[in-house]
Design a binder for this molecule. Structure first.
Ligand code: 1GP
Length: 247
């Protein structure tokens, strides 16, 4: 059970690391194999597979490939109710609580629910909070929502508290894939202090300094995508920081 592990890790202040694989971005099997092997060797905790678009039809192939090659659990990170693959281990059942688009708050969920109910996927109910100063990103455009501005941590705090009160099990602060500005340290700290739930942080984390800062500010799990695609050796370096913190 992934949720149980995440809750226990949070209680013990143990950090975890997820690598995001966007099926649209990694085309050749050789580089995907390398990414998976390096992740296994370095103790990466989870793979997340997904993205807000998924233009290619590589999703189920990617999940299968990763599952065949490693023991690391695969969590789907869906951009819509079309992005379900039953051979994964779990799915982030995301409600986009920073936005006010009913489709992404509850609409897609209603459509996906019966399919998910009969799958073996672990359902991870997640309050998904987009952060950033630019509504000009893929995720903002596709979701037709505005992110929470980086200088408004209090909105993120109230949103996370509401998510927790609504019974969600995880909170995910995301600056969006490839973001030029990551979720600010102060916002992570304030959200961390306001909720008991495990806190996931991602988007634009592309240096070891940012990794350190986000973990220290209170992120229980970091999600890294773009920086890993750019340089596979980043996996080992980040895992090193995580291990050091968990010692
Ligand atoms: C995006 O948080 C993830 O949803 C990862 O972002 O690709 O910027 O690492 P990056």
């Amino acid at each position: 059970m992934i949720l149980k592990t995440l809750v226990k890790n949070k209680e013990n202040n143990k950090k975890s690391l997820s690598i995001l694989i966007d099926p649209d971005k990694i085309y050749d099997t050789k580089s995907l194999a390398k990414l998976v092997d390096l992740s296994s060797d370095n103790g990466v905790d989870y793979f997340m597979i997904g993205g807000s678009l998924i233009i290619s039809d590589n999703l189920s192939e990617t999940v299968k490939f990763v599952k065949n090659r490693s023991e690391i659990p695969v969590i789907l990170f869906p951009g819509s109710n079309l992005h379900i693959d039953k051979s994964a281990d779990a799915i982030l059942f995301l409600s986009l609580i920073s936005g006010r688009n009913p489709e992404f708050l509850i609409g897609q969920h209603v459509i996906a629910a019966p399919v998910l109910k009969i799958s073996n996927l672990e359902i991870l109910s997640t309050g998904y909070i987009l952060v950033g100063n630019n509504a000009n990103t893929t995720v903002a455009h596709i979701s037709q929502t505005f992110p929470i501005p980086t200088r408004k941590p209090e909105i993120a705090v109230c949103t996370a508290i509401a998510g927790e009160m609504l019974g969600m099990k995880l909170i995910y602060l995301d600056a969006g894939s490839g973001a030029s500005e990551e979720v600010p340290q102060g916002m992570i700290e304030q959200v961390r202090k306001s909720i008991e739930l495990p806190l996931i942080v991602g988007g634009g984390i592309n240096t070891l300094e940012k990794v350190n800062t986000a973990y220290k500010a209170g992120a229980d799990m970091l999600v890294l995508g773009t920086a890993v695609e750019d340089q596979l050796k980043f996996i080992g370096e980040v895992a090193g920081i995580k291990d050091q913190m968990n010692r």
